[in-house]
Design a protein around this ligand. Structure first.
Ligand code: NIG
Ligand code: FE
Length: 433
């Protein structure tokens, strides 16, 4: 059977995609986000789906010269991008709520009136697993088409055991179908389900004593998150969730300081959280606590933009204390219905005044750390799995510069090659040996 590049377009399922094994030549490498470490006129060797060697093409070891060659056509190769905070699996959409906000209602007012997260809970409970999978796949594909090779997906639109399980199962299935590394996060403490109105503590007991133990036991949970906010859960309730997570040996992360300052980031730091996310209202005490604990600050410019927020996260303080900053889409139907991680790079620079290397670290090395997966993702290095993004650009800064334009030529996920929109000549990545 003859196969064309179209068969292996970037959004195709993993089955049958060609192997990336061999020598990738005529390329430049950005092994981490630091421009000082860039390698021009480079080669990168993949063996059995892992990076075996990388360096200047001129010094490619003799032992690799006989392997099949893939001509990268002058592409820049970065680690596959990481979207470290998403709510990708849910039913329906909330365009009407967007209209209500445009007419003057606030996000909190809509939530308190029974809309917001709870309206997505109704749609998610009503959808069957295959429908949720199909809908989430349509949102995953544009991310894959931008070189994403690892993604975090949260539950939190079920708020009952069966629906939270359904969401997490769909997340795992997406990972298998598309060959993307999916890290699941249990976000049972996202909102109060209507059947628990005025009984938040009882609901937290259900989350801690029933839902989390069952889902963890089924291998569906890699980390645990909560929404610590006036319209979410209190710091005391968040602590109960974190205690339960630690009883199951699971790391925690937190939606903190998004709409107000409840001291969530400092609380998360006390629990050695992988990350505290949003952080528009974070203060210096919280920053210091995060720095001390090594907790990553995950900033979400899509939510900041879409809620027309004006309260900037404290970037200067985060820099001063050396807190690693990650960036993510926060894809969700209420506050950030965005399906472009590259756009988040651009917005982090324009809205948050981050530098291009900071933004690139935010979707590679620091995002890997926010997943607790620095040993697997976010870096090009010998011995690592071959998760690579190949870009048709002259300079890495273009990744944050263009918006609405996708320069991905190809992506290697789990050692398999998929072709991106900027793959002008499909045969250029073919074996030449
Ligand atoms: O990350 N803030 C809490 N959770 C989501 C929004 C969820 C929703 O509105 O559906 C967020 O912004
Ligand atoms: Fe979120």
């Amino acid at each position: 059977m003859t196969q064309s590049a179209e068969d292996f377009a970037v959004d195709a399922s993993v089955a049958g995609a060609p192997s990336a094994d061999g020598v990738w030549h005529r390329c430049h490498l950005l092994p981490d986000a630091d421009p000082a470490n860039a390698i021009r006129d480079a080669a990168l060797v993949v063996e059995q789906g892992r990076i075996a060697w990388l360096g200047q093409q001129a010094v490619l070891p003799e032992a690799y010269r006989g392997l099949p060659h893939h001509d990268a056509g002058g592409a820049w190769i970065t680690p596959g991008l990481i979207d470290c905070h998403t709510h990708l699996v849910y039913g329906g959409q909330r365009a009407d709520e967007f209209a209500m906000r445009l007419a003057g209602a606030s996000y909190e007012e809509i939530a308190r009136a029974g809309g917001g997260i709870v309206s997505t809970v109704r749609a998610t409970r009503a959808a069957d697993e295959d429908t949720l999978f199909a809908q989430a796949a349509t949102r995953l594909k544009p991310l894959l088409a931008e070189g994403v090779t690892a993604i975090e997906i949260k539950s939190g639109y079920g708020l009952d055991l069966d629906t939270e399980r359904k969401q997490l199962r769909v997340a795992r299935r997406l990972g298998k179908a598309y060959g993307v590394a999916v890290h699941t996060t249990f976000l049972g403490a996202h909102a109060l389900p209507p059947e628990y109105a005025d009984r938040a503590d009882d609901y937290i007991a259900l989350v801690c004593d029933t839902m989390l133990p069952a889902l963890a036991q089924e291998g569906l949970v890699d980390a645990v998150d909560a929404f610590c906010e006036g319209i979410g859960f209190s710091p005391a309730q968040t602590e109960r969730v974190f205690d339960a997570a630690h009883r199951h040996g699971l790391p925690v992360k937190l939606h903190a300081e998004q709409l107000s300052n409840l001291g969530g980031a400092a609380l998360a730091a006390r629990y050695r959280a992988l990350s505290a996310d949003h952080l528009e209202h974070l203060d210096e005490t919280g920053v210091a606590a995060m720095a001390e604990a090594g907790t990553v600050a995950v900033l979400l410019p899509g939510a900041y933009y879409f809620l027309r927020d004006t309260h900037l996260p404290p970037i200067a303080l985060l820099r001063r204390y050396g807190v690693p900053i990650a960036l993510s889409t926060d894809h969700n139907p209420g506050t950030s219905p965005v399906t472009s991680l590259l756009l988040m790079l651009n917005m982090a620079c324009t809205l948050f005044r981050m530098t291009v290397p900071e933004a690139l670290a935010g979707v590679t090395t620091h995002a890997a750390r926010a997943l607790g997966a620095s040993d697997r993702h976010g870096l090009l290095a010998a011995g690592r799995g071959a998760d690579l993004a190949l870009w048709r650009i002259d300079s890495p800064a273009e990744l944050a510069y263009w918006f609405g334009r996708n320069p991905l030529a190809a992506v290697v996920r789990q050692g398999r090659v998929f072709f991106g929109p900027a793959s002008s000549a499909p045969q250029e990545f073919r074996d030449e040996a």
